[in-house]
Design a protein around this ligand. Structure first.
Ligand SMILES: [Zn+2]
Ligand SMILES: [Zn+2]
Ligand SMILES: [Zn+2]
Length: 160
């Protein structure tokens, strides 16, 4: 189970690797990874933290990119639809995917203090849901697991 985001790591390498995978996947799937879509992904990759659409717009504006809300929303739509980013429902915010290039049903650990988010891929929860759904004759289309709490840093800070 990966919870990379909360651990110290070479984040520049992390960004470079993510961009590389997204560029490659886009090419393979013949998706148009336009400069605006790339910029929005770069904004999401800056930190492992969930960003609201409004914050993303502000950053686009600061970069001098034409930042009409529909442009940002379309870019976010593209990233989420293709699995390059995820929407965190509980925060109404977005996060870059850290398990790129693999089919996954992510689970998110969300810090309620600093909005840091770690994405992980639990092994058993999906199986459990599949069994439950099967018993109920239910067809699962999408699973979202979001846990809210405190990240290691905020736990240390709150102890003082
Ligand atoms: Zn990183
Ligand atoms: Zn993901
Ligand atoms: Zn935190």
């Amino acid at each position: 189970m990966e919870t990379l985001s909360f651990e110290k790591h070479d984040h520049r390498a992390c960004i470079a690797k993510s961009l590389e995978i997204v560029v490659r996947c886009s090419k393979e799937a013949e998706l148009q990874f336009t400069p605006t879509r790339k910029k929005v992904l770069e904004i999401l990759l800056e930190e492992h933290r969930a960003l609201g659409a409004y914050e993303i717009l502000e950053k686009l504006r600061a970069d001098g990119i034409s930042s009409q809300p529909p442009v940002a929303y379309r870019a976010l739509d593209f990233l989420v639809k293709n699995g390059f980013a995820h929407k965190i429902e509980g925060l109404n915010a977005f996060i870059a995917c850290t398990i790129l290039g693999k089919a996954h049903s992510p689970a998110f650990l969300i810090c309620r203090m600093c909005a840091a988010v770690a994405e992980s891929q639990p092994e058993n929860s999906r199986e459990y849901l599949d069994d439950t759904a099967q018993n109920a004759g239910f067809l699962i289309e999408n699973t979202v697991i979001e846990a809210q709490g405190l990240c290691p840093k905020c736990q240390r800070d709150s102890v003082g």
